[in-house]
Design a protein around this ligand. Structure first.
Ligand SMILES: NC(=O)c1ccc[n+]([C@@H]2O[C@H](COP(=O)([O-])OP(=O)(O)OC[C@H]3O[C@@H](n4cnc5c(N)ncnc54)[C@H](O)[C@@H]3O)[C@@H](O)[C@H]2O)c1
Length: 353
């Protein structure tokens, strides 16, 4: 590895733009190659960002000895195989969330991390938001006491992105694996990563993708196609941890809700906090309840800054200066929760981990 880290980006659809911009802002990095199975897209992206090498097969990109590290921004079904191939080719890996589709795959990725000795960071970008970072400082200093309850909601009233997102084979699931992954991880991380005991989940596929709805825009996959949809449109879950703490979560691609809603709340025995939609801390002093508003630039999650911090953290870990903030072990535990919720929903009863 030279003074600069040479980067390859695999999958150059929507989210790759955040990775690319953040790499371009990082002075220790050179963007060396892009890969996408869509040839026109990879050529256009490479031209836009002045990247010299393009590939349509990730194995060809991985065969380039000059590349030190890769970002994997492809569909979920390829996260594990590409991560394993990249690690075995001696590259450091930043893989988008979710780590993969199953717990078995997650363990296979961990094996590859162990045998390669390379860095693998899971794209839990919300761990890098300013709101999260500031709150973590308060939590680590015991200001909120012990967190015994957390609650996360991410409701889209209309927002099934279609294409691969709504094809369970390629995505692994619907809003739970796509959106729930962020919010479950965020709560679990801020709660101090307690061990999961039991999970009770339910999923619903009642409204379809509602591509019939007119005059209301929503987020769509790069290759939008509304024809195929076999993912859930709502998931809700109750997770009990071994330390007695609990987490409730509900997420949807579509629901007869009045408006979209994102909310992440944690409650401890000395104080509480709302991470989303607006960061605030609740406390009590001199027999008075205080609602505290931390003065930071953005009170909700700042995407651009979150991705920049995520990429900077990855680069620093690749140079061996710091440990990654979201290692494969955390990816495994989050996959256990996601798959546990799907399993509980399928069985119609609580499951024990
Ligand atoms: N961190 C976040 O907030 C966030 C937000 C959106 C998406 N994501 C994740 O990023 C990933 C990509 O999502 P997106 O919205 O950019 O999707 P997208 O469809 O816009 O882009 C994916 C790209 O990957 C390419 N691709 C798929 N499989 C490939 C393969 N095997 N080899 C080469 N190219 C391949 C596709 O052609 C496409 O161009 C997903 O895993 C998604 O969960 C993360």
């Amino acid at each position: 590895m030279g003074d600069k880290l040479k980067i390859g980006v695999i999958g150059v659809g929507s989210i790759s733009e955040h990775h690319i911009k953040s790499y371009l802002n990082n002075k220790e990095v050179v963007l060396h190659a892009f890969c996408d199975s869509n040839e026109a897209r990879v050529k256009q992206k490479a031209e836009k960002h002045g990247v010299p090498n393009t590939y349509t097969d990730y194995r060809d990109l991985l065969a380039d000895p000059e590349i030190d590290a890769v970002s994997i921004c492809t569909w979920n079904n390829s996260h594990a195989p590409i991560s394993i191939a990249a690690l075995d080719a001696g590259k450091h890996v930043l893989v988008e969330k979710p780590l993969c589709k199953t717990v078995e795959e997650a363990y296979q990725v961990q094996e590859a991390v162990k045998r390669s000795g390379k860095v693998l960071q899971v794209g839990f970008v919300r761990r890098f938001g300013t709101n999260t970072e500031v709150l973590k400082t308060f939590l680590d200093n015991g200001d909120l006491g012990e967190i015994y309850y957390a609650k996360a909601t991410c409701i889209r009233r209309l927002g099934n992105p279609g294409g691969w997102f709504s094809d369970v084979e390629r995505s692994g699931g619907g809003p739970l694996i796509d959106l729930g992954v962020h919010f479950i991880d965020l709560c679990w991380y801020l709660m101090g990563k307690p061990k999961v005991k039991t999970i009770s989940g339910s999923t619903f596929k009642r409204l379809g993708n509602r591509s019939n709805v007119r005059n209301l825009n929503f987020y769509k996959a790069s290759d939008y196609n509304a024809e195929h949809n076999d993912v859930e449109d709502l998931a809700s879950a109750f997770i009990r941890f071994e330390n007695g703490a609990t987490l409730t979560v509900d997420v949807s691609f579509t629901l007869h809700a009045k408006k979209d809603e994102v909310s992440v709340k944690l409650y401890g025995d000395k104080g509480g906090a709302e991470v989303e939609p607006e960061f605030s801390i609740v406390s009590e002093k001199h027999n008075t309840i205080l609602n505290i508003t931390p003065q930071i630039n953005q009170v909700g999650f700042d995407f651009a800054r979150g991705f920049q911090e995520e990429i900077n953290g990855f680069v620093s870990a690749c140079f061996g200066r710091t440990e990654t903030r979201s290692p494969v072990e955390d990816g495994i535990e989050v996959m256990k929760m996601l798959c546990g919720i799907y399993e509980s929903a399928r069985l119609g009863r609580e499951v024990e981990l």
